[in-house]
Design a protein around this ligand. Structure first.
Ligand SMILES: *Cc1c(COP(=O)(O)O)cnc(C)c1O
Length: 398
């Protein structure tokens, strides 16, 4: 069956929540995807920063198949070896002592919100998040998200979330009251346009938390797991959170999320206070164990940093060549954004559509930057190919 027929069937059967590219993807390998018409794509979206080891990484596929033939699900009424191995790996390689497992980024943030509230108690429930942030689509995480467009029509939202202006520690301080229990932020805002938080700003947030006895929650759902060139983005910023959430890349495509914290804070969640039927499912956990093993293997994260420097140089050269369209490059590791000029922003959606025509997948984040989140195994040749395609598309808009 061809694209056109799949697309018609899809549009007839689905609730229209997505604006999808006009392709039915049927196969993936490394940084490549193929649609039902046999067209090949160079994938710099990686399932929205999910398939960090590339599509169908042999070790992950092998682990999934092995586990699927052994034990798929028993619920968290039992211990299972894959999720224990995963929890140990996460703890051994982070600030955290303990883990809760779930199935998505929003769920990991829900767990963090519940933990922050129950740990603080005594009338303290309010969480300060940042303008422009993205934390998920469940009611509580949408309330935490600092973008009004995601709130519209869903009011009343759960109470207890307020948003501080981006970039100014004093704006946060002004919002603190006897109700405040935590500050929640992404070390680098992904969805709203690859916006890094200044290390100094993050350090100020940490010290505000310390002064006022607040918990610091880092949403590393997008930035975590090697995406920015270190296992977690906060490692290169010199700021350690009290709670961290992960999801996207954790299962390289299988749905799994995690919320990590210290022994002391974890003690506030006791038997029966939180749970997930599927969380840490053996198949997803077996995939995640392989993901972490590869990310932690010798030289892997160094190679991400090296490819990042190469990609940034190429994008900066492109921005110089097309100053009417592009203004500069920002981001970290292989979470990069090409910031568009006013004129470029008008063409942003058209540039992404033209790239798709040319067989290259990127997206337009926050209506301001072209976002690149390729698999971390991307080669320099593939980076060159992507930049070459961008150049030819930019020529069409010049
Ligand atoms: C994608 C994302 C989420 C939501 O994750 P889901 O798995 O879609 O629920 C939350 N926070 C950040 C920073 C994200 O990028």
């Amino acid at each position: 069956m061809k694209n056109a027929e799949w697309i018609k069937r899809s549009e007839d059967a689905f609730i229209g929540t997505y604006n999808r590219f006009p392709a039915a993807m049927v196969r993936g390998s490394g940084c490549r995807l193929w649609d039902a018409d046999g067209k090949e794509y160079l994938d710099f979206l990686a399932g929205i920063a999910v398939c960090s080891l590339g599509h169908c990484h042999p070790k992950v596929t092998e682990a999934i198949c092995r586990q699927a033939g052994t034990l798929v699900h028993v619920s968290n009424l039992f211990h299972t070896p894959p999720q224990i191995e995963l929890a140990e790996l996460l703890v051994a390689n982070s600030f955290a002592d303990r883990v809760f497992m779930c199935n998505s980024g929003a769920e990991a943030n829900e767990a963090a919100i519940k933990l922050a509230r129950i740990h603080s108690s005594q009338g303290r429930y309010e969480i300060i998040a940042l303008a422009g942030s993205f934390h998920g689509r469940t009611l509580a995480t949408v309330a935490a998200t600092g973008q009004p467009k995601f709130h519209q029509g869903f009011e009343p939202l759960p109470q207890g979330f307020i948003h501080a202006e981006f970039g100014d520690p004093q704006a946060i301080e002004k919002l603190i009251s006897p109700r405040t229990c935590a500050i929640l932020c992404e070390p680098l805002q992904g969805e709203s346009g690859v916006r890094p938080l200044d290390p100094e700003y993050l350090r100020a947030i940490r010290s505000i938390c310390d002064q006022h006895g607040l918990l610091l929650i880092f949403d590393e759902v997008q930035t975590g797991l090697g995406r920015t060139g270190t296992l977690f983005a906060h490692e290169q910023l010199g700021v350690t959170p009290d709670i961290m959430t992960l999801a996207k890349a954790l299962g390289n495509g299988l749905p799994i999320g995690a919320m990590l914290t210290t022994d002391k804070i974890a003690a506030s969640l006791t038997v029966g206070s939180h749970a997930s039927t599927f969380g840490g499912n053996p198949v997803a956990a077996a995939a995640a164990v392989e993901v972490l093993t590869v990310l932690l293997s010798d030289g892997f994260l160094d190679s991400v940093q090296e490819k990042s420097r190469y990609f940034v140089t190429r994008l900066e050269a492109l921005a110089e060549q097309y100053p009417h369209l592009a203004g500069g490059v920002r981001g970290a590791g292989l979470l990069l954004g090409l910031v568009l000029t006013e004129q470029g922003i008008e063409q942003g959606a058209a540039i992404v559509a033209q790239m798709f025509e040319q067989g290259a997948l990127i997206n337009f984040a926050g209506n301001r930057v072209l976002r690149f989140v390729p698999p971390l195994i991307v080669s320099k040749e593939e980076i060159d190919q992507l930049v070459g395609k961008l150049r030819s598309v930019f020529d069409q808009f010049s």
